[in-house]
Design a binder for this molecule. Structure first.
Ligand code: GLU
Length: 445
């Protein structure tokens, strides 16, 4: 890290003890900014670096609820309103037992630059809870969501802070959260949440957008090299919303998707993933990947090792943070890996990223490659603000334009800063400069 930035990183470490994922996300961005602060010392002099690493507001609250056995349960809720220089705080809610302040801050920090890259007027934020939705009934999920919103509503608003989904929060949870917000405020304020159902203010393509966008980004990276996805072997980790629609779009573009996973193991399906069956298992049966294998002759479940042992040309990590480490990266490179696009947030560890970049693999970092989800959330907000509803094709075209735009911005920025083809540098610098300039313009706030 450059000497101009190191003291600020040291401050982040000292001020946020134990929040290792947040440290990792900050190091990743600051690691790209040396040439920027050299050209623009005002970003250091005006304390932009210090300010951008310190959330504007951090909320932690108790979420009490009663389970189906009549037992009281207490969870912890979070919302980190990180940066509103470009627009209202925008970012998802994650319900997962691993959630604590360090995870929410890493995600919120990433979101600032990702949202900036989309070109849409949205700031960065993130939230969630250590609530574990697995094995909970619909009624329990509803009571939890209602209790969560009973505290959070006072901090939200279409011009203030606009949550959406993330791991553990999909259409069902957004419905319960929106219902409670509407009830408490007595306002049908569609623009306060995104990822809503189509009948009640949602946008077509939002469900598909993160996975679709990730594959569009991979296709753009390959396209810049005169290649494409047609006929290529693709591996997608995860089997949730992002993975499902990454598989769908990759198949539409002619790729052979041969593997996916969940926390219990990975599935190899050499005949090509049966997307209709996967959706039935995940979305209707709310099952695990083992249930897919049971219903699919020829597919096999592997419960040891890593999905990244499967030889592939294009890897799409769409599960969770730090799921692809240095030894995975080594194996992927040995097996002839061409490109990676991160559908999840920070799925590759810093050493894995370094190894793949050095090996000449095309590497699309999450804040660029998975920005299609939040970009389409911004399109949902746009439809809500104008009380309009767009067609699927029109909305998908907008998503495609945004993803192409992000790709081209990364390429142009990397070139401008002397690192052609470096999507990490391009994404971090382009995302940062827009926010930093807005912060300079808005004064010391
Ligand atoms: N959770 C998603 C992300 O990581 C989407 C957030 C949103 O749509 O606001 O970008």
């Amino acid at each position: 890290m450059s000497p101009a930035l190191q003291p600020h990183f040291d401050t982040v470490l000292a001020r946020n003890p134990g929040e290792v994922e947040f440290h990792q996300a900050v190091a990743e961005v600051l690691g790209s900014l040396a040439p920027v602060v050299e050209r623009h010392p005002e970003y250091v002099d005006q304390a932009i670096i210090e300010r951008i690493c310190e959330p504007e507001r951090q909320l932690i609250f108790r979420v009490p609820w009663v389970d189906d056995q009549g037992q009281m349960q207490i969870n912890r809720g979070f919302r980190v309103e990180f940066n509103s220089a470009l627009g209202p705080y925008k970012g998802g809610l994650r319900f997962h037992p691993s959630v604590y302040l360090g995870i929410v801050k890493f995600l919120g920090f990433e979101q600032i630059f990702k949202n900036s890259l989309t070109g849409m007027p949205i700031g960065g934020g993130k939230g969630g809870s250590d609530f574990d939705p697995r094995g909970r009934s619909d009624a329990e999920i509803m009571r939890f969501c209602q209790s969560f919103m009973t505290e959070l509503y006072r901090h939200l608003g279409e011009h203030t802070d606009v949550p959406a989904g993330d791991i553990g929060v999909g259409g069902r949870e957004i419905g319960y959260l929106f219902g409670q917000y509407k009830r408490i405020t007595n306002r049908y304020e569609s623009g306060v949440l995104t990822g809503k159902g189509i009948a009640w203010g949602g946008s077509l393509v939002r469900t598909e957008a993160t996975g679709y966008g990730t594959v569009m980004f991979a296709q753009s990276m390959l396209g810049a090299q005169g290649k494409d996805l047609d006929g290529r072997r693709v591996t997608v980790s995860g089997s949730g919303n992002v993975a499902t629609y990454a598989i769908a779009k990759a198949q539409q573009l002619g790729a052979d998707v041969v593997a996916f996973s969940d926390s219990s193991g990975y599935v190899v399906d050499e005949a090509g993933v049966d997307l209709a069956l996967l959706r039935e298992v995940k979305e209707v049966q709310r099952g695990r990947v083992a249930d897919y294998v049971e219903q699919r002759p020829g597919a096999r479940l592997v419960t040891s090792g890593s999905i990244w042992d499967v030889p592939t040309e294009v890897a799409l990590p769409c599960a969770t943070q730090n799921e692809l480490d240095e030894s995975d990266a080594k194996q992927l490179v040995v097996n002839g890996l061409l490109a990676v696009a991160e559908g999840a947030n920070m799925p590759a560890t810093p050493n894995a990223v370094a190894l793949m970049r050095e090996a000449g693999v095309l590497f699309g970092p999450g804040k660029a490659a998975n920005a299609g989800g939040v970009a389409t959330s911004a399109l949902e907000m746009q439809q809500n603000a104008s009380r309009d509803a767009w067609s699927f094709d029109y909305t998908e075209d907008r998503l495609q334009q945004i993803m192409t735009g992000i790709h081209d911005t990364c390429v142009a920025t990397a070139e401008e800063y002397g690192a052609p083809g470096d999507y990490v540098l391009g994404a971090n610098i382009a995302g940062f400069i827009k926010v930093a300039d807005a912060m300079l313009a808005l004064g010391v706030i």
